[in-house]
Design a protein around this ligand. Structure first.
Ligand code: HEM
Length: 416
């Protein structure tokens, strides 16, 4: 195939991927993109042609490649869109899109407070919240929406409580955060006025919340972040605001999809759902179900890097500044890496995925997301007397990258 036909086909396939018709099942399109191999992508808004990588090994290599930058430029453009009186913290880049040494420094300081111990302590509270949400749905008339009634409120409440956002403010924070998702989806539509005003409002709110925690520290994560000292270094006020905003948004919209995609896979595979409900080895099975969901139907489909020098990448020549798009969801179905990749099988001897990224930017919230999903899916399996999908496929949200169902309706859960 000549370079031109290949580019043309790739653009057509990306058009199909972005089309809402592909949302319920984008995997056949990903397979066709993967069959093209590493490909050049030349979009009008890019200064130089970029590459699309869709094989497992290709994505893994890019995530580990020190010549690749995470500074994708999006949030700098965002800062330019802010009104003149906006708080200075709005201009602070999220460390997700910073490189060493700034990234290393911020990640080290955040990791000192966002510890495995702090997350482990939450287990009982998360299990209690799952039951509360299921009770509420059981007591109400009509069908149960797993997304709206469980998958969406659970991660938001957990991260808000962890950060110390007062209960009375959580609904508002949730609304700002969902307006912001469009900004981090990063595919398709440009930022809207709605999403920008969401970012601004969240920043103003967090400025005040952080100042109040600095004045009166508590047992929450914001207070812990405020207190971190490492070799004389600490987080500035603006850095704190941007970190808390990142934790709120990154921790929320992704975990919703993990719980929803896992529930959908279980409902479509009643044998695994029954095993999770009945097996004395349910905790290990729940762990495998979560890992297989992360591979089979990941919450984040795409990430990107920027080449910091002229280079050749899997046969594609790139100039400095070229965008490298990584189709993680395509890589997870790569038959060279996983046998029968299109089958949902939590009993695989090894489940390989890049759902949390890899290398220096590996997801900081992975242990929290895994814990929430394990507890939610196990309780769901135990408390659904009639585990049948009332609509299959379910409707999907329009996000291409942070892809997930809008609702999953099933008959009501049982009361405890
Ligand atoms: C980074 C996915 C949950 C916080 C990342 C990255 C991915 C990812 C793919 C790396 C992006 C890249 O390298 O380009 C997910 C998924 C989640 C999830 C699939 C849920 C299933 C969470 C949670 C939190 C969180 C619960 C926090 C409460 C972060 C942070 C980073 C990150 C702070 C940036 C790390 C860095 O740049 O060093 N996540 N995430 N994530 N995630 Fe998550």
């Amino acid at each position: 195939m000549t370079a031109t036909t290949r580019d043309h086909t790739l653009l057509e396939l990306i058009g199909m991927l972005v089309d809402p018709a592909a949302r319920p099942d984008p995997y056949p399109v990903y397979a066709r993109i993967r069959e093209l191999g590493p490909s050049v992508l030349d979009l009008p808004l890019w200064q130089t042609p970029g590459a699309v990588i869709s094989s497992y090994q290709g994505c893994e290599a890019v995530l580990r490649d020190p010549r690749m930058s995470s500074q994708r430029g999006r949030d700098r453009n965002l800062a330019d869109l802010m009104p003149p009186g906006a708080p200075s913290s709005v201009r602070q880049r999220w460390f997700l899109s910073l490189d060493a040494p700034d990234h290393t420094r911020l990640r080290r300081l955040v990791s000192a407070a966002f510890t495995a111990r702090r997350i482990g302590r939450l287990s009982e509270r998360i299990a209690g919240l799952v039951d509360e949400l299921l009770d509420r749905a059981a007591e109400r008339d009509g069908p149960f929406d797993i997304v709206e009634d469980l998958a969406y409120p659970l991660p938001m409440t957990v991260i808000c409580e962890m950060l110390g956002v007062p209960a009375a403010d959580q609904e508002q924070v949730r609304e700002w955060s969902s307006r912001l998702t469009r900004l981090i989806d990063g595919f398709g539509a440009p930022p809207t006025e709605e999403s920008i005003s969401g970012l601004l409002a969240l920043n103003v709110y967090l400025n005040e919340l952080i100042a109040s925690r600095q004045a009166r520290p508590g047992d929450d994560l914001i207070s812990a972040l405020t207190a971190v000292r490492e070799g004389g270094d600490s987080l500035s006020h603006d850095e704190l605001v941007s970190i808390v905003a990142l934790l709120l948004v990154a921790g929320h919209e992704t975990t919703v999809n993990l719980i929803a995609n896992g529930a959908l896979a279980l409902l479509r595979h009643p044998e695994h759902l029954a095993a999770l409900r009945e097996s004395p080895r349910a905790p290990e099975l729940a762990e495998a179900v979560v890992e297989e969901t992360l591979r089979y139907d990941p919450p984040v489909h795409i990430t990107a890097r920027v080449a910091t020098e002229d280079m050749e990448l899997s046969g594609v020549r790139l100039r400095r500044g070229a965008m490298v798009v990584l189709l993680l969801a395509a890589a997870h179905r790569d038959p060279r890496e996983t046998e029968k990749p299109d089958v949902f099988d939590p009993y695989r001897p090894e489940i390989k995925h890049l759902a949390f990224g890899l290398g220096p930017h590996f997801c900081l919230g992975a242990p929290l997301a895994r814990l929430e999903a394990r507890l939610a899916l196990t309780r769901l399996a135990q408390r659904l007397p009639e585990p049948v999908l009332l609509q299959d496929p379910p409707p999907y949200r329009d996000h291409v990258n942070l892809r997930g169902p809008l609702s999953i309706t099933v008959p009501r859960p049982s009361l405890l």
